[in-house]
Design a protein around this ligand. Sequence first.
Ligand SMILES: [Zn+2]
Length: 226
Amino acid sequence: MRYLFSDRFGGVSKTPFASLNLALHVGDNSQDVKKNRELLAKKIETDRLVFMEQVHKDHIEIVTDTTTQEVLKTDAMISNIKGVGLCVMVADCIPILFYDSFKEVIAVAHAGRQGIALNIANRVIESMIYNFSSKVENIEIFMGPSIKSCCYEVKKDAIKGFENYSYAREDKIYLDIGEKCIEDMLKIGIVPKNIIYSSTCTCCNQKYFSYRRDGKTGRFCGVITL
Ligand SMILES: [Zn+2]
């Protein structure tokens, strides 16, 4: 298994997508995005990357030999096919990668506030257990850079479901969606030592694309392959 989280650098896109933008839907030149995706494929050493059209819901697709490069309207994918690189695009949401080394199964999830409210990570874990006979204690989790409670200010009505993960500072409210996501996964039996959580905030760190910081910008990726 190989996995990586990309950053802004090493691609061919121009400002404001400079330079390794991996998303076609943000207004970038599609030829540049295609080139960037080729560079990413080379880096992770696979020639078959699969991307999602992400819609902030909790649908999960199982990627098979016949799946094309773009899976429509889904926020998670699971596969046991060798040589397929599952990609999740983000710019503040949490890119979550899953791996069961016993059953050789991989998965990705796009986890923003809405996805986490729908418990998307646990839905993926349950699907790995149901469809691939994974055992929860064998599932490893890699959570990439995402917006943290230092920067994730929300309006009052966005707190619902996150009451225990909201923090007030100077009359403003901030959420820690990663903390809720981790606690949800621990509740169904994910082993704490099997969670690797990046403490990097995408909005604070210029190395990453951040929708909150820049608005019109690119997307970086979490990728996992067998
Ligand atoms: Zn921050």
